[in-house]
Design a protein around this ligand. Structure first.
Ligand code: NAP
Ligand code: F7E
Length: 328
């Protein structure tokens, strides 16, 4: 039975990846931070077969202890401070967790695998935020990185450190440069989930309006369940490498609003949406659109859920949850 250790197990991707690996017969270990973490219950009820280990990406020895306990064949480093807007408010902490945390994870795996540097296959959760002020359209593995936030800068550090450990020590370390991916499990601070929650509440008469920032930004949005399959495929390759994972389509926040409101029967959303400068960012990533040709040809990966189905899935899920919470 193959064994996997996942950091960021309590997050959106951690849950989908653990589900996928369990369905493939893996023994799955989740690395979770914090004393009395409120999300422990979520993992234990959703995926009772996952074995939880505690630690923190800023604490190298806790990662080493988790490696000793789980003895994994595959290590998926998904843990990070991942909310871009928050990264300006806490740039130092973001650099320590999202940037230096990757170095800690790589170093722990290297020390643990001293006898055979490729004993544990390593996945790093790199991000399309690294492209920032995009230098080519669409963006692929060769596009120059130009991050626009402390989060993006920290991800660039983790990305190059992963490449450096692969080249320096012969580790089987791959980076997935994943474009935005969403789901009903997305945190409510991210724009897609913020909209799907608000639209469902507005349609049920539980909320009057919704405040947003920049409506013109464009993202290449896919479904998280499809994207974790690409992570697994990367670690099944004989040779480690870096891959862009994207739908190769781009849509604006306005287009997301169009579909989400139409899904609940509201044709004109303008009376319900307010623009609030509090949600504007000091520097914006205006346009992201990926070119995932390499992943499609080498890994045989392709996304299954298209943009309208993703929006419908998220609004339907929030409608059901809001009805349950309101006793409707
Ligand atoms: P998420 O829902 O925000 O989950 C982040 C996870 O990191 C949580 O489980 C969190 O645990 C954990 N974490 C935070 N600080 C930690 C620390 N100091 N030590 C250990 N764990 C820590 O993020 P996601 O959407 O699942 O994304 C997974 C990864 O992919 C992240 O690295 C993200 O930056 C990257 N990524 C995401 C996207 C996307 O569109 N979703 C795209 C590209 C890359 P707590 O529960 O304790 O907070
Ligand atoms: O913002 C705009 C905002 O926070 C998307 C993370 O998973 O994907 C995610 O980062 C866009 C931005 O995601 C609001 O200005 C407008 O242009 O949903 P988001 P993100 O910043 O793209 C990447 C790939 C990651 O790696 C990250 O970890 O939406 N926007 N109004 C808003 N965004 C938010 N959150 N809230 C608003 O009210």
């Amino acid at each position: 039975m193959p064994r996997a250790l996942i950091t960021g197990i309590t997050g959106q991707d951690g849950l989908y990846l653990a589900e996928l690996l369990l369905s493939k017969g893996y023994e799955v270990y989740g690395f979770m931070r914090g004393q009395n973490n409120p999300k422990r219950e979520l993992v234990e009820t959703t995926l009772p077969d996952v074995k939880l280990l505690t630690g923190d990406l800023t604490d190298l020895s806790s990662i080493l202890r988790a490696l000793d306990s789980s003895k994994p064949d595959e290590f998926y480093n998904l843990g990070a401070i991942s909310f871009v807007a928050y990264s300006w408010e806490n740039a130092h902490l973001t650099s320590e967790v999202t940037g230096l945390g990757v170095l800690n994870a790589l170093e722990a795996v290297r020390l643990y695998s001293k006898d055979d540097p490729s004993k544990v296959r390593f996945y790093q959760a790199s991000s399309s935020e690294m492209y920032g002020k995009v230098q080519t359209v669409p963006q692929n593995e060769d596009t120059l990185l130009w991050p626009r936030s402390p989060y993006g800068v920290a991800k660039v550090y983790g990305h190059y450190m992963t490449i450096n450990y692969r080249e320096s020590y012969g580790m089987h370390a791959s980076s997935g440069i994943l474009f935005n991916h969403e789901s009903p499990r997305r945190g409510p601070e991210f724009v897609t989930r913020k909209i799907s929650q608000a639209v469902s509440r507005i349609s049920l008469g539980l909320q009057k309006d919704l405040s947003l920032g920049n409506l013109d930004a464009r993202r290449d949005w896919g479904f998280a369940g499809d994207y974790v399959d690409a992570m697994w495929r990367m670690l099944q390759q004989d040779t480690a490498d870096d891959y862009v994972i994207s739908t190769n389509e781009t849509h604006s926040i306005r287009e997301y609003l169009d579909l989400a409101f139409k899904h609940v029967g509201i044709e004109d959303w303008t009376p319900y949406v307010k623009q609030d400068p509090r949600f504007m960012r000091p520097a914006e990533v205006d346009l992201l659109i990926g070119d995932s040709t390499k992943a499609r040809t080498t890994l045989g990966w392709e996304p299954k859920v298209d943009f309208p189905s993703l929006v419908a899935m998220m609004v339907d899920s929030d409608l059901a949850e809001q009805k349950r919470l309101a006793g409707l």
